[in-house]
Design a protein around this ligand. Structure first.
Ligand code: HEM
Length: 565
């Protein structure tokens, strides 16, 4: 997916050489950081609070705010101005650091920057003085991240792309009104919308219904892969575009109730599916430039901004077209059994205003194509370059799918323990969304500092998921660490511990990724079908991981695909 603006900054500033990054992780002086973090370790976790409260004055005991903190604890914390971080220069603040040529942080380099900030300043870092926007506060302490998530209340605020907010709330206000969706929406309007759509989207019963349609799309995609192979049995250089087509076809089935026809051979650049793919990439990837490099669209509409708006208008048009057809089909349906209904039909039946379905489709497509596509690129690259792990997965798949032509079922997917562990390990080590974030809605004490309401927190999961104090032996790629056994002594990875808040690929809490069940399902179906029947190799120079919007291998994904006997 997509995540909050801080993580957008994380995405967009990163142009990351994974080996360099991980070299820098391993060369971090964790010993000294651990030592320094103990000095700033807060005494404010909710549990710790309760015991410390008893030593306070009565007035303080009643004056707990909704973070569970007393005024006394807030007052005795170190001031926000003491939080370490790069010092802003007068006039240009820290924004100059993001400018081309003179800035030390490339806009495509924030994963690296994020690791550097940690190395230089420790577990809490303030990047202030950003022109036209609030400070960013990087938090690298998994206990503190847990604390923030646990107290965030019913309407968590994930700062989102201001340009999307502006589009929804100003440019197309007449269209969205109070039904603006979940992406870039906050407070009560967000909660109302999310409550309307959350149950059908996250309900396992609904998700399982999509095994068959997604398997059909995937079978066709694998057949297309076979047709795409060159004389060396390799995929074309722009294979990532083919993956985008597959993911759009899957999302089209889920959010619009149609087969869009994205996998048809020889799609022209002008075809509707290719235009939707281009629009989705454009919408996400240009946000970085609009937000960070050229934030002047707020005052003077630039060409980039105008293109962004017409791009978004195109999305709305597409969603309306297909949802209207779904509605027409629904009107003529005689058997309205909820169990047989698609997600779109369920939404349309429960919400008489089709706008809910339009806006939901828009949000799902907007954030559900690039995320899943880049995650799949990363998963395939890891499988192709890790023959040992690929073989373990293949053995699991032979056992669960002895006859590869038999359809997948929920029961079979449930048994794919190694596949799920592999996916989690790729997310841990190469987190597709490299960070998440929250805007503080109340003052809070974090790492011993009093952080004022309104500050944007960044949780760089790509860094915390690789820190030895939260993950045992983090440099080793070890899917088994995620496999739980009933008896700990049976577990090959029983000595491998992971802090539950160190690696959160889908975020956490009430605002957690709305498409996560579909994302998992799509990845599981594609990887299981492919690796059950084919060996995947990558016989080229190793690729570097970089961030466009998502964090993924950068370069031609010329996988070699060989049928297994
Ligand atoms: C592997 C792929 C994906 C990853 C890694 C991912 C990750 C995330 C993350 C980190 C968030 C922010 C959660 C938070 O604030 O706690 C998020 C939000 C969201 N994701 Fe995903 N996502 C993925 C795929 C998808 C797909 C396929 C869809 C649509 C079908 C989707 C729809 C959404 C939506 C609508 C939100 C906003 C939720 C809200 O604010 O209420 N995501 N995702």
């Amino acid at each position: 997916m997509f995540t909050g603006f801080q993580s957008l900054l994380v995405h967009t500033m990163a142009r990351l050489d994974s080996r360099r990054l991980f070299k820098s992780f391993t060369s971090l002086n964790f010993q000294s950081i651990r030592a320094s973090s103990t000095t700033t370790k807060p005494t404010t976790s909710l549990v710790r609070n309760q015991s410390s409260v008893s030593t306070l004055l009565d007035d303080d005991m009643v004056a707990l705010d909704n973070t569970g903190l007393s005024q006394f604890e807030l007052d005795s914390a170190r001031p926000y101005s003491d939080v370490p971080g790069p010092k802003p220069y007068p006039l240009f603040g820290n924004t100059w650091r993001l400018l081309p040529y003179i800035g030390q942080y490339q806009i495509s380099n924030l994963a690296d920057v994020s690791a550097q900030l940690y190395q230089e300043y420790g577990k809490i870092v303030r990047l202030g003085g950003l022109v036209g926007r609030p400070d960013l506060l990087f938090v690298y302490d998994a206990d503190e991240i847990e604390k923030v998530y646990r107290q965030e209340g019913p309407t968590p605020f994930r700062p989102s792309m201001p340009c999307l907010v502006h589009y929804k709330s100003v440019v197309r206000k007449e269209f969205f009104g109070r039904l603006a969706g979940v992406v870039g929406v906050h407070g009560e309007p967000w909660r109302e919308f999310r409550t309307k759509v959350q149950k059908p989207i996250l309900q396992l019963r609904t998700v399982k219904k999509y095994i068959e349609p997604i398997e059909n799309v995937t079978d066709y995609f694998i057949q297309r892969m076979n047709e795409m192979k060159d004389e060396n049995s390799e995929m074309p250089a722009d294979f990532d575009n083919e993956i985008h087509k597959w993911s759009l076809e899957c999302i089209g089935r889920v959010a619009l109730d149609v087969r869009l026809g994205c996998l048809n051979p020889d799609l022209s650049n002008n075809s509707e599916p290719q235009k939707i793919i281009d629009a989705a990439k454009y919408a996400l990837r240009n946000v970085a430039i609009l937000e960070l490099k050229l934030p002047f669209w707020r005052y003077i509409p630039s060409t980039l901004w105008r293109n962004y708006v017409s791009n978004m208008d195109y999305f709305i048009e597409i969603c309306m077209k297909y949802i209207d057809s779904a509605m027409e089909r629904l009107k003529t349906k005689t058997n309205l059994n909820e169990h047989d209904m698609s997600l779109v039909e369920r939404i349309l039946l429960n919400e008489p205003d089709p706008k809910t379905a339009y806006v939901l489709a828009l949000d799902l497509i907007l954030v559900g194509i690039d995320t899943i596509s880049m995650a799949v690129c990363s998963m395939l690259y890891q499988l192709a370059t890790r023959p040992e792990e690929q073989e373990k997965l293949h053995q699991e798949l032979i056992r669960i799918m002895p006859d590869s032509s038999e359809p997948l079922t929920a029961a079979k997917l449930d048994q794919m323990v190694y596949l799920k562990a592999f996916i989690k390990e790729v997310f841990r080590k190469y987190s597709t969304v490299i960070g998440n974030g929250r805007t503080l809605q109340n003052d809070m004490v974090i790492c011993g500092y009093r952080i004022p309401k309104g500050i944007q927190l960044v949780f760089p999961t790509i860094v915390t998921g690789n820190m030895p104090e939260y993950v045992t032996d983090p440099e080793t790629f070890y899917p088994e660490r995620w496999i739980k056994h009933s008896s700990p002594s049976q577990c090959p990875a029983h000595s491998h511990e992971i802090h539950p808040f160190a690696s959160l690929p889908y975020g956490h809490g009430a605002r957690m990724c709305l498409g996560r069940r579909f994302a998992d399902l799509e990845m599981q179906i594609l990887l299981s079908k492919l690796i059950r029947s084919y060996r995947l190799e990558f016989n080229h120079k190793p690729l570097e991981y970089k961030v466009t919007f998502m964090y993924a291998p950068d370069g031609d994904l010329k996988f070699k695909m060989t049928p297994r006997s």
